[in-house]
Design a protein around this ligand. Structure first.
Ligand code: ZN
Length: 150
């Protein structure tokens, strides 16, 4: 018997199945945005001005959501991207709250609230994914060596 197959992907942990489990797993600030669809205060998020190269993962479930190459300075005070890392990484739905018609962006894997999508972004997509820093976790490119077996 050969025991092969160390999957190259990191193991997928079980996601919480209730809001109570999410509450235990996330910080109160993260819970407010990711599960209650809150919005962090403008210019306060830790990634508002970040230019580091790397992959932005979902802070709740770890799914890869955005690459730093798609991040740009939108001047809005929230981290903004012109495209997700893959079309299936995020889900979009109409959000009619606060008397506005907006497109809500959620993590396709865990359903966590990430932010909103607007159509005033730069080329090549013209899209602006306006995200909450607290919903994201940046994995710098040099950290990719971790977990690589020489
Ligand atoms: Zn997620």
């Amino acid at each position: 018997m050969d025991e092969q197959i160390q999957s190259r992907q990191r193991p997928r942990e079980q996601l919480p199945t209730s809001e109570e489990e999410w509450r235990q797993r996330l910080s109160p600030e993260q819970f407010e945005v990711l599960r209650n669809k809150g919005t962090e205060h403008v210019f306060t998020g830790k990634y508002a001005f970040t230019k580091d190269r790397g992959t932005y993962r979902c802070a709740a479930c770890g799914e890869e959501l955005f690459r730093s190459e798609a991040k740009y300075d939108s001047g809005t005070g929230w981290p903004s991207f012109f495209e997700p890392i893959a079309r299936g990484a995020v889900e979009l739905q109409e959000d009619l709250s606060f008397g506005m018609r907006r497109i809500e962006v959620t993590c396709a894997r865990c359903g966590g609230h990430l932010g909103h999508l607007f159509d005033d972004g730069p080329e090549p997509t013209g899209e602006r994914y306006c995200m909450n820093s607290i919903s994201l976790s940046l994995e710098p490119d040099d950290a990719e060596r971790d977990g690589v077996v020489d």
